[in-house]
Ligand binder design. Structure first.
Ligand SMILES: C[S@@+](CC[C@H](N)C(=O)[O-])C[C@H]1O[C@@H](n2cnc3c(N)ncnc32)[C@H](O)[C@@H]1O
Length: 310
C-alpha cells in the first residue's frame, strides 16, 4: 500500500491558519496528510471540510473520526455548491494541493504510470469523462497533437500523434506500456533523467482530468467563498498550473499595473486590489531529497483583502 507524503506541510499550515476557530476547506484530500495537520492546529470551534474527486481518496476520509471534519466526494470546481449544501457561508482558508497523489501514480490499475503496465485510464474519478485510451484511440491526429503540445510542452508532439494514429489502425492502444513504447520510438532527445513518455503522459493526464479548467474554477470559487482576511494556499507541480495560479493572483493583487498585459481574462474584474500576496515557497533541499516527488512543487499563499464590488 503506497502512502502519500504531504508536500510543504509546515509552511502550508503555518501560512494558512490565522484563526484556529475558523472554517477551512482542503480541496484535495488525497490521503489526508494536510487535513490531519489542519485538524491538529484547529481548536474545538474549528471546522474542516475536505473534498476529493477520487472515490479511493473519499473512502480514506472515513478513517478520520473527528466531529470537526466533513468529507465530501466532489470536484473542487463545485466548491460553491458543496458549501451551500453544508450551510457554510464563508471560509477562513482554502487549500488546493493539485496534481496526483502517490497512490494514484503507484497503482498500475489507475493507468497514470509509464513505468508499470496497466489499463490506459488516468482519470482521477474513473466514473467521469473519457479515459486516456478513449482519447488516443478516437480523437483526430490534430487533436492529439494539440493536447500533447499544449499540455506537455512536447517538441515531438507532431511525430507522437502520427505514430499513435498509425498504430491504432492496426490495433487499439489499451495499456500504459503500449503508449510509452510508441512515444519512446518518436522522442529523439530528452532532458537528463527524464523518461521519453513523461511529457505525453502529463499532457494526457491534464486533458482527461480537465486539470487547468478545474484549477481556474476552483480558484475563482475559493476566492468568492473566503471572508476578508481569509487565505488561499495553492501547491502546484508543473509550470502550466503554477503560471495559472500566478496570473490569477497577479490579476487580483495588482489590477492597475496589469491592464496592458496579456493575461488570462477572469470573471472577477476589479480596478482595486482584492488579494494580497503572502508568500511563495519551494521545498528545501532536505525535503526534495527525502521526498523526490516534492521537487517541482511551488506553494503560493495569498490573502483576500476586499470583496469584489458588483
Ligand atoms: C497531490 S494529492 C493531495 C494530497 C494531500 N494533500 C495529502 O496530503 O494526502 C491531489 C489530490 O487531489 C485530488 N484532486 C485533483 N484534482 C481535483 C479536483 N479538481 N477536485 C477534487 N479533487 C481533486 C486528487 O484526486 C488527489 O487525491
Amino acid at each position: 500500500m503506497t502512502v502519500h507524503i504531504p508536500v510543504l506541510l509546515e509552511p502550508t499550515i503555518r501560512e494558512l491558519v490565522m484563526n484556529p476557530s475558523g472554517t477551512y476547506v482542503d480541496c484535495t484530500f488525497g490521503r489526508g496528510g494536510h487535513s490531519q495537520a489542519l485538524l491538529r492546529v484547529l481548536n474545538q470551534q474549528g471546522r474542516l471540510i475536505a473534498l476529493d474527486r477520487d472515490p479511493e481518496a473519499v473512502s480514506e476520509m472515513r478513517s478520520i473520526l473527528d466531529s470537526r471534519f466533513t468529507g465530501v466526494y466532489s470536484p473542487f470546481s463545485d466548491l460553491d455548491r458543496v458549501l451551500q449544501q453544508l450551510g457554510v457561508s464563508s471560509l477562513d482558508g482554502v487549500l488546493m494541493d493539485v496534481g496526483v497523489s502517490s497512490p494514484q501514480i503507484d497503482q498500475p490499475q489507475r493507468g497514470f504510470s509509464f513505468r508499470q503496465d496497466g489499463p490506459l485510464d488516468m482519470r482521477m474519478d474513473p466514473q467521469v469523462g473519457q479515459s486516456a485510451a478513449d482519447f488516443v484511440n478516437h480523437a483526430s491526429e490534430h487533436e492529439i497533437k494539440e493536447v500533447i503540445k499544449q499540455y506537455g510542452e512536447e517538441r515531438f508532439a507532431f511525430q507522437i500523434a502520427a505514430a499513435i494514429v498509425a498504430r491504432r489502425t492496426q490495433r487499439q492502444i489499451t495499456t500504459t506500456l503500449d503508449l510509452a513504447q510508441i512515444v519512446a520510438g518518436c522522442v529523439r532527445t530528452r532532458e537528463p533523467g527524464q523518461n521519453p513518455a513523461t511529457r505525453t503522459f502529463q499532457a494526457l493526464r491534464i486533458y482527461v482530468n480537465q486539470e487547468l479548467a478545474q484549477l481556474e474554477q476552483g480558484l475563482i470559487k475559493a476566492f468568492h467563498a473566503l471572508k476578508v482576511g481569509g487565505r488561499l494556499a495553492v501547491i502546484s507541480f508543473h509550470s502550466l498550473e503554477d503560471r495559472l495560479v500566478k496570473q490569477f493572483i497577479e490579476r487580483l493583487a495588482n489590477p492597475k499595473s496589469l491592464q496592458d498585459q496579456k493575461l488570462r481574462k477572469l470573471p472577477i474584474q476589479d480596478p482595486v486590489p482584492v488579494l494580497r500576496k503572502v508568500i511563495r515557497v519551494k521545498p528545501s533541499a532536505e525535503e526534495s531529497s527525502c521526498n523526490p516527488r516534492s521537487r517541482s512543487a511551488v506553494l503560493r499563499v495569498t490573502e483576500k483583502i476586499a470583496e469584489v464590488r458588483e
